[in-house]
Ligand binder design. Structure first.
Ligand code: F0G
Length: 435
């Protein structure tokens, strides 16, 4: 037993770490995890995490030593034994500086934390390695989630690793091609629900007990424990110096909630002495949280969501209350950007050689908007989070470059030629040079 407990956000009821429920039996509130205080001071803890970064002997990607989640296990799931962990070298994602992206966004010191470098191509692997490890610990035989595509890809992969049955509910016709292909190919039972993500989540929550499955959505408290490591990983890369701003795309608000919890914990443990300000960015057609922020969080707004960024096409975010707390505690802001702004940001990120999926580009589009409105000072250090890999959504990408009329600002039209030198020379002479 770990000594960690699952505690209700609303009424404070405590459940043991190995209890299978993900919501409070007394009041239906969401649960969070409380861990015992690590038995060391902040400096020792930082050293400890650094030592674990050193190369380990043996095959890479095989064990907990190679994971950028389990490196921080004292703050994630202290009681888990090595043999129990369902891991495949997730986390340890790069922190990149790209002049072209920084120039477009209008910030001198812009860093990009790229979570698309995870095994299934999104940040969801960080939470899923922990949730599926927990599923094994409580001896679940099947796991389920509702998803806009990335959670389902991660669930399908980690369920396959663990030998568990995976069941996913996704909105029919609204999941990007890369994500749907992954989910099916990793072997999850895939249900295409005639409805949107909010319908899928409601159905998953209602049915989880009847179906006898362990729910691995971001309302699952262990998922958020894993997602906290985006912050720990980032802070370690920055030698535990907080940036001024941390900008992230926001949909169901699980990540915003996890970031709030991680920063609170890092501050409490003395790992950092101040937190960055969080900036959440939503797509304009799916921006209930931005609407709530504008009215001082007096009203919990919901919308019927629409956006080209299907990952964040969510109208009734489940982790609303926790996200409000995260924004309040970090003096954060919430804004929205249009689909055109998202696509332009994505084209710039892609053309810098980095690449990301449409929803991820919200962080860079949002950074630009916040600089232009004077909220972010251009001389401060900003970290923009990219949440998913560019190959997740090839359809949106090809449509931008090949089909949209008139061609958008950074469209790179491909040209079909005959297999002759004459055709090749003509193109080289006449086609515009891509800047
Ligand atoms: N970016 C990407 C690429 C996502 O897939 C998601 C959420 C988000 C941002 C927003 O994160 O929900 O924690 O605010 N995707 C979920 C899914 C909903 O099912 O894959 P959030």
């Amino acid at each position: 037993m770990s000594g960690s407990a699952q505690v209700c956000d609303v009424c404070g009821t405590r459940y043991p770490a190995l209890d299978a429920r993900v919501q409070c039996a007394a009041c239906d509130g969401l649960l969070h995890i409380e861990h015992p205080q690590p038995p060391t001071c902040a400096a020792a803890l930082r050293d400890f995490f650094d030592v674990r970064l050193m190369p380990v002997r043996g095959p890479k990607g095989m064990g907990p030593g190679d994971s950028g989640v389990w490196r921080f296990r004292e703050l994630v799931m202290p009681g888990a034994a090595d043999a129990e962990l369902v891991t495949q070298g997730e986390g340890n994602t790069p922190l990149l500086a790209r002049e072209r992206v920084a120039r477009w966004a209008g910030v001198e010191d812009l860093l990009i934390k790229h979570e698309g470098h995870n095994p299934t191509g999104s940040f969801k692997d960080r939470g899923m390695t922990v949730a599926i490890t927990q599923a094994k610990r409580i001896k679940a035989t099947a796991v389920a989630c509702a998803s806009t595509g990335n959670t389902s890809s991660a669930l399908a992969s980690y369920a396959a690793l663990a030998g568990l049955r995976g069941l996913v509910l996704v909105p029919a016709g609204k999941v990007a091609l890369g994500k749907l292909s992954q989910t099916i190919a990793y072997g999850a039972q895939t249900l295409l629900v005639r409805g949107d993500f909010d319908d899928c989540l409601r159905l998953a929550r209602e049915s989880s007990e009847q179906l006898g499955v362990y729910l691995a959505n971001s309302i699952n408290p262990w998922r958020l424990e894993g997602q906290k490591t985006i912050i720990f990983d980032l802070l370690q890369q920055l030698r535990w110096q907080s940036p001024d701003w941390l900008v992230l795309p926001a949909g169901n608000l699980g990540n915003t909630a996890a970031f709030g919890a991680a920063l609170r914990e890092a501050l409490r443990l003395g790992l950092i002495d101040r937190t960055p300000r969080l900036a959440c960015v939503q797509a304009a057609g799916s921006a209930p949280f931005a609407a709530s922020f504008r009215d001082g969080f007096h009203t919990r707004h919901t919308v019927r969501a629409e956006t080209i960024a299907t990952a964040i096409r969510i109208g009734d975010p489940a982790s609303y209350d926790r996200a409000v707390r995260a924004i309040r505690e970090t003096d954060g802001v919430v804004i929205s950007v249009t689909d055109d702004e998202l696509l332009e940001a994505k084209a710039v990120i892609d053309a810098s050689g980095v690449g990301c999926e449409p929803a991820s580009a919200a962080s860079v589009a949002g950074t630009r908007a916040l600089v232009r409105s004077g909220i972010i000072d251009r001389n401060t250090r900003v970290v923009a989070l990219l949440t998913g890999h560019m190959l997740k959504d090839p359809e949106v990408m090809l449509s931008y470059h090949r089909e949209m009329e008139p061609p958008p600002p950074f469209a790179n039209r491909s040209i079909e030629i005959d297999a002759t030198l004459a055709d090749l020379e003509r193109v080289l002479r006449t086609a515009p040079v891509i800047a």
